[in-house]
Design a binder for this molecule. Structure first.
Ligand code: ZN
Ligand code: ZN
Ligand code: FE
Length: 765
């Protein structure tokens, strides 16, 4: 049996089932999966197979069952045999699983021996990926190897009828890890439950507390206190980016946000992600938690530690990654004292080592289904199954929101979110994750796939690695990788029209792409349409200052007259001389590269409508524009809205490729924009018009299947409108789900494109 079949209570399930059906034989884990030998009556064997298909253990995901006849042995009884570790490693390492109701009930029960114990877990819950050091998954191959089981835990561990039978992280107050509260200098202030109470007291008093959780440190503070939140922001150097919140249960989440059935299932699921939910007007949290955002990022406790802490505080806490700005999350308490120095007033730590970092995942319900924006706890390192056996290929991702991918057999394993490769710490984490993956699956890549952009740290690393090992390095165009990732996730054979819209990616013509319509599949693509290009005045400076892009577009619409438009904030906010300099840049093209980036068009429109002039983080302006549009959402609901016919126009060039021209749309918005007109409504109309533009391009191209991918499709409104328009016009629409549409999914696409490229290399064409 292959799939997620280890560490999920599979062997005890098989043991109980075999005993119930009076079948003889044995079950054993090996590094390829679970091996079962059964001997008995035909009817009982069929019944066994039926139970396996219809009611497997809750966390198990069986991918494949191979059956072979075996000689009759007449050996009585059914046993669980020790694990074996020979052969290819195709078993799945499971993600960490949030505390199950049975364990939570024990922790809250004063009569239970695990009462108030923060590390309780069982076969149905607890850490997995963050404690595994090797395969097969057994206690000596986890960071729990350091803790010797007490008699009671051993009895539970060895009893196939017990919920903790072979639960590798099994622990109790007598034999397992413990909490300590540390001062910022590392002095132990309190131990065990006293330490948890000290952390709760500190939170209540407005302090920032660093808490060692499942996959790394969180920085926490009282979410109701604007002062505490401001202090955390200042120390973490995170000015405006929304902060995630942890609440004790679904009822507490409902007090802050609108929770639908779909989002409740996501929120309370075993993955326990941060879920973006529409905030309630009366939500009792400080306004600087998520300034100007219509949504709050909420998560529930994923471990007994967090359950106990949140029950103690009785108020929502900010729970943001324990790091400085975009660095990777800290995992080791000694390292945390250094890396989080000056940020936390108190450290709540424990002595269970983390084998690797895993952030909180971030998800959103879009077009009726959960979609990941950040893939980490609960999903990493589960693979994406692919149709054919692939050579071992490492895909290193791009630059932002990096995650790496590794193909082994018919699976592509996707790493946990690493982050933006902007700091030495992030690069370290990136290299660690790559080494970790190769070691865990005991494979050597046959090729390394990377982005076409030669300047990305990931590209430089990939080329060095390939050279050192004498492997082919395969450059993959950024948006082609997005398209291939979306096709792979949907198990779709190409070709499809990939609407690949994002912030930045180097195109095959050397310009910056990002508003692309690529027709193809993993084996190749044609750029059949794209957004009309515009200039980024000042290059990278324009990314931080959308008003520069707005000015560039105004100059194209109005000529020099744009410089006198004092009525527009994006013009007014520049001095006269600045405007002159920027106009020169635009006309000469010097330090003003052209781009077709849809993300940058969002930035420009946010600026033009007076919604945002500067961005302190990637995507901020686009998020503000979506937030504004949300306010007017009722007026442009997919069914109700009239397409803004003619507002965005396709220009077909002589070679058949099409340009989606933003000029009519932006002229329209500019004409309507005035102090008396709601910018929300215009923002909503902008979204609707882009969706029309996408539908028009799809109609022009005529491919029956359309994939919506790239960072712009993190935008709920754009995604829902575009998908609705396309479906109404009869197209099959592919969206992302468990693989992020942003650059977190790039590694997957790189692997598939590189696999195709290698086939051609081997064929010699
Ligand atoms: Zn449990
Ligand atoms: Zn114990
Ligand atoms: Fe991208």
């Amino acid at each position: 049996m292959r799939g997620a079949v280890q560490g999920v209570g599979f062997r005890p399930f098989v043991w109980r089932l075999a005993h119930a059906l009076s079948l003889a034989g044995w079950v054993r884990n090996d590094i390829a999966g679970v091996f079962i030998e059964l001997e008995g009556e035909d009817g009982a064997l069929r019944e066994f197979r039926r139970a396996l298909d219809e009611a497997p253990p809750p966390l198990a995901r069986i991918r494949e069952i191979l059956e072979n006849p075996a000689p009759v042995t007449k050996e009585p009884g059914f046993t669980i045999r020790p694990s074996e570790d020979a052969g290819a490693r195709t078993v799945l390492v499971l993600p960490d699983v949030a505390t199950c109701p049975a364990c939570l009930a024990e922790v809250l029960d004063p009569k239970d021996r695990r009462h108030l114990y923060p590390f309780a877990n069982c076969t149905n819950c607890g850490p997995r990926f963050t404690i595994v050091t090797d395969l097969p998954y057994d206690r000596p191959a986890t960071t729990m190897a350091a803790f010797t089981l007490c008699g009671e835990c051993r009895a539970e561990y060895e009893d196939p009828r017990d919920r903790r039978f072979h639960a590798q992280p099994i622990a109790c107050p007598a034999c397992g890890p413990h909490l300590e509260a540390w001062s910022p200098s590392g002095d132990v202030l309190a131990r065990r439950h006293e330490a948890l109470l000290a952390a709760a007291d500190a939170l209540r008093a407005g302090a920032v507390v660093a808490v060692k959780g499942l996959g790394g440190f969180h920085l926490m503070c009282d979410a109701r206190s604007a002062d505490a939140v401001a202090a955390l922001r200042r120390r973490k150097r995170r000015e405006e980016k929304p902060l995630a919140l942890m609440v004790r249960d679904v009822a507490a989440a409902r007090a802050l946000a609108e929770v639908t059935d779909e989002s409740e299932a996501l929120l309370a699921g075993p993955e326990a992600p941060i879920v973006l939910l529409p905030r309630r007007a009366d939500a009792g949290v400080a306004s600087n938690v998520a300034p100007g955002r219509p949504e709050l990022g909420l998560m529930l406790p994923a471990t007994p530690l967090h359950h106990l802490l949140l029950r103690e505080t009785r108020f929502p806490v900010v729970a943001t990654s324990g790091n400085r700005s975009e660095e990777p999350i800290a995992t080791d308490e000694r390292e945390a004292l250094v890396r989080l120095a000056g940020m936390a007033d108190l450290f709540l730590v424990h002595d269970r080592a983390l084998a690797r970092h895993v952030d909180d995942s971030v998800a959103r319900v879009v077009a009726g289904a959960p979609r990941l924006l950040r893939r980490a706890r609960g999903w990493a390192p589960l693979p994406v199954p692919v149709r054919e056996e692939l050579p071992v290929i490492l895909g290193v991702g791009a630059h932002m929101k990096t995650a790496v991918a590794l193909s082994v057999g018919r699976q592509v394993f996707l790493s946990q979110h690493v982050g933006d490769l902007e700091t030495p710490e992030a690069l370290d984490a990136f290299e660690r994750v790559i080494a970790d993956f190769q070691r865990l699956y005991a494979v050597e890549p046959a090729a390394v796939a990377h982005d076409l952009h030669p300047g990305y740290a990931s590209t430089v690393f990939a080329k060095k690695l390939a050279e050192a090992r004498g492997l082919p390095a395969v450059a993959v165009q950024h948006h082609h990788a997005h398209l291939a990732a979306c096709l792979a996730e949907n198990e779709a054979d190409g070709p499809a029209l990939g609407v690949t819209w994002d912030g930045t990616g180097l195109g095959t013509d050397g310009t910056i792409w990002g508003g692309e319509f690529l027709l193809g599949d993993a084996s190749g693509f044609t750029r059949v349409a794209h957004l009309r290009p515009f200039r980024l005045l000042g290059g990278d400076a324009a990314v931080k200052e959308p008003r520069r892009i707005a000015l560039a577009i105004l100059l194209e619409l109005l000529g020099e007259g744009a410089l006198g438009r004092e009525d527009l904030e994006c013009v007014r906010s520049f001095s006269r001389s600045e405007r002159e300099v920027l106009a020169k840049m635009a006309s000469s093209g010097l330090n003003a590269p052209v781009t077709t980036s849809a993300g940058r068009l969002f930035d420009a429109v946010a600026s033009l409508l007076g919604i945002a002039q500067k961005s302190s983080f990637e995507g901020q302006s686009a998020m503000a524009l979506e937030a504004a549009a949300f306010e007017a959402w009722g007026e442009v609901a997919p069914g109700a809205a009239q397409p803004l016919a003619g507002q965005i126009r396709l220009v077909i060039s002589s070679d058949g490729s099409a340009i989606l021209d933003w000029e009519p749309l932006l002229s329209y918005l500019l004409g309507k924009s005035s102090p008396g007109v709601s910018s929300s409504l215009l923002a909503a109309e902008f979204h609707a018009a882009l969706a029309d533009g996408i539908a028009a391009a799809a109609a022009h191209v005529g491919a029956p299947r359309v994939a919506l991918t790239g960072g712009c499709f993190q935008n709920k409104l754009l995604t829902e409108l575009a998908a609705a328009r396309l479906r109404a016009a009869g197209f099959e629409v592919l969206l992302h789900g468990a693989v992020p549409p942003n650059d977190g999914g790039i590694g997957l696409g790189q692997v598939l494109v590189a696999a195709e490229r290698l086939k051609h290399l081997h064929r010699g064409d």
